[in-house]
Design a protein around this ligand. Structure first.
Ligand code: EPS
Length: 390
C-alpha cells in the first residue's frame, strides 16, 4: 500500500533541523511561502521566550522537488538554527520536573541532562511544521482545509467560536496574538500569561484543529493501528508537552446517554456533489470519525498542553552528581507556548489526513490520485449498485 511518512532529526542548538518526507506523489505544487508562513506562526504567540528573537525560520527544500513540483522522490526539508552552539552549551545537572531531563539522563546513562534536552526540546517542532506544510500542499489539491486555534489558556476559555464561516474563523484567529478566534477570551488569555510571567511561572492550555472538506472513508475499522482516530491521537500525543487528545466530544461522551452523543443521519440531495455526498448531521459530536473512518463531516481534534517545564522560579530537584537537594536548572524558555503548539498540532493533523488520503487514493502522481478520488466519489453516489458489488 502506498503511504506517506516522515522522520525528523536535529537538536535545539545543533546546526539544523531536518525532516525527511517519503511517499509524496509526483506533481504536487509546493507552496514554499505557505510553509514559511506556518513556520513564522509557530515562532509567534504571546508568551514566547527570547529564542524566537534570534531565529527567523524558513524552509530549505533540499530534494524531491523540481520546478516547484514534487517528483515522487523523498523530500528532505531543512530549517537552519541560527543559535547553533551545541558543543558550547553548558551541562545541566539539576533536572527540571516535567521535562525529559531525569528520565533521559537515566536512559542514556549520563548526569548531564543536556544530552537529552537538546533533542527533547520543542524546537524540533519546526521540522514537523515544515513536513505538515507539504501535507497541506497535497490536501489543498483536494480542497481540504486544516485550521487550528487555541481554545483555552489556563482558566481562560473561548466561548463564542462560529465554525460555519471558515474564512471569518481564520481571520479572527489571525487577528489574535494568542491564536484564539474569540476576542474576549484572547484578552483573558493574555492576562493569564502576563500574570504567570510576573509569578515566574508557566501556563498550558487547549488547542483544537478542524479539517474541512474530507471525503468519507479515510482510515479504516479493520485494524486498530490503521484507524484514523488512533493515528491522529498518536500524532497529537507525540507533540512535546501534550497530555491528552480528544476527537469530537472527547471525554464528555462518558457523561451523556447515547441519544445525546450520536449524531442522527439525514440526507440532503442538494449536497450530493460535496464530499459529504449529501449525508448530513445536525451535530458533529463524533468529530467526523466513526469506526476509525471519516464520515464526511469535518474532523475535530483537541489536544491539551501542559505548562512548560522550565520555571523562572524553579521547582525542587536534586543534583544528579551529588544527589543533594537543589533547585532545578533554569534555561531560557517560554512562559506559554500554547499558541505555537496549535500551529504544530495543525501540521501533525494535516500530515495524518494527507497520509490517509494517500493510503486510500494513492498512486504515483497527483493526477492518478485525483482520478482515483473522483471515481471513488462517483461510485459512492451511484449506490446502490444494480448488480451485486462483488
Ligand atoms: C523552542 C525553542 C527553545 C525553547 C522552547 C521552544 O529554545 P531555547 O531552549 O534556545 O530557548 O524556547 O523549547 C522548549 C519548550 C523546551 O522545553 O525545550 C522553539 O523553537 O519552539
Amino acid at each position: 500500500m502506498a503511504t506517506l511518512s516522515y522522520k525528523t532529526a536535529g537538536e535545539s542548538h545543533g546546526r539544523t533541523l531536518l525532516a525527511l518526507v517519503e511517499g509524496l506523489p509526483a506533481g504536487v505544487t509546493i507552496d514554499k511561502p505557505l510553509i514559511d508562513a506556518e513556520l513564522k506562526r509557530r515562532q509567534g504567540g504571546y508568551g514566547r521566550g527570547g529564542r524566537q528573537r534570534i531565529e527567523s525560520d524558513q524552509v530549505d527544500i533540499l530534494t524531491g522537488v523540481r520546478r516547484g513540483q514534487s517528483t515522487g522522490a523523498p523530500v528532505a526539508l531543512q530549517v537552519v538554527n541560527k543559535d547553533s552552539r551545541l558543543d558550547e552549551t553548558p551541562a545541566v545537572y539539576r533536572p527540571r520536573p516535567g521535562h525529559a531531563d531525569l528520565a533521559g539522563s537515566l536512559k542514556w546513562l549520563t548526569t548531564d541532562c543536556r544530552e537529552t534536552l537538546e533533542r527533547a526540546s520543542a524546537r524540533e517542532t519546526a521540522a514537523r511544521v515544515a513536513a505538515g506544510g507539504l501535507a497541506r500542499c497535497l490536501l489543498a489539491a483536494f480542497g481540504i482545509r486544516v485550521l487550528g486555534f487555541v481554545t483555552a489558556i489556563g482558566s481562560a476559555k473561548a466561548q463564542n467560536i462560529d465554525l460555519t464561516n471558515i474564512d471569518k474563523l481564520l481571520a479572527d484567529r489571525d487577528a489574535s496574538d494568542v491564536y484564539c478566534p474569540d476576542p474576549a477570551a484572547s484578552e483573558a488569555m493574555r492576562a493569564i500569561i502576563r500574570q504567570a510571567k510576573i509569578d515566574g511561572d508557566t501556563v498550558g492550555g487547549l488547542c483544537e484543529v478542524h479539517v474541512f472538506g474530507c471525503p468519507p472513508g479515510l482510515g479504516t475499522c479493520v485494524q486498530w493501528d490503521d484507524r484514523l482516530d488512533s493515528r491522529l491521537a498518536c500524532a497529537v500525543m507525540g507533540i512535546q508537552a501534550f497530555k491528552s487528545v480528544e476527537i469530537g466530544l472527547g471525554k464528555e461522551v462518558a457523561f451523556r446517554p447515547g441519544s445525546k452523543v450520536h449524531d442522527p443521519i439525514a440526507y440532503d440531495p442538494t449536497l450530493k456533489a460535496t464530499p459529504s455526498l449529501g449525508f448530513v448531521r445536525e451535530s458533529n459530536n463524533a468529530g467526523g470519525i466513526e469506526g476509525g473512518m471519516t464520515n464526511g463531516q469535518p474532523v475535530v481534534v483537541r489536544g491539551a498542553m501542559k505548562p512548560i517545564a522550565t520555571l523562572l522560579q524553579p521547582l525542587q530537584s536534586v543534583d544528579l552528581n551529588t544527589k543533594a537537594p537543589d533547585k532545578a536548572t533554569y534555561e531560557r524558555s517560554d512562559v506559554c507556548a500554547v499558541s505555537a503548539a496549535s500551529v504544530v498540532m495543525e501540521a501533525v493533523v494535516a500530515f495524518e489526513m494527507a497520509r490517509a488520503m494517500v493510503e486510500k487514493f494513492g498512486g504515483d502522481s497527483l493526477t492518478e490520485m485525483r482520478a482515483n478520488y473522483s471515481s471513488y466519489l462517483d461510485l459512492c453516489r451511484k449506490l446502490p449498485f444494480e448488480v451485486p458489488r462483488l
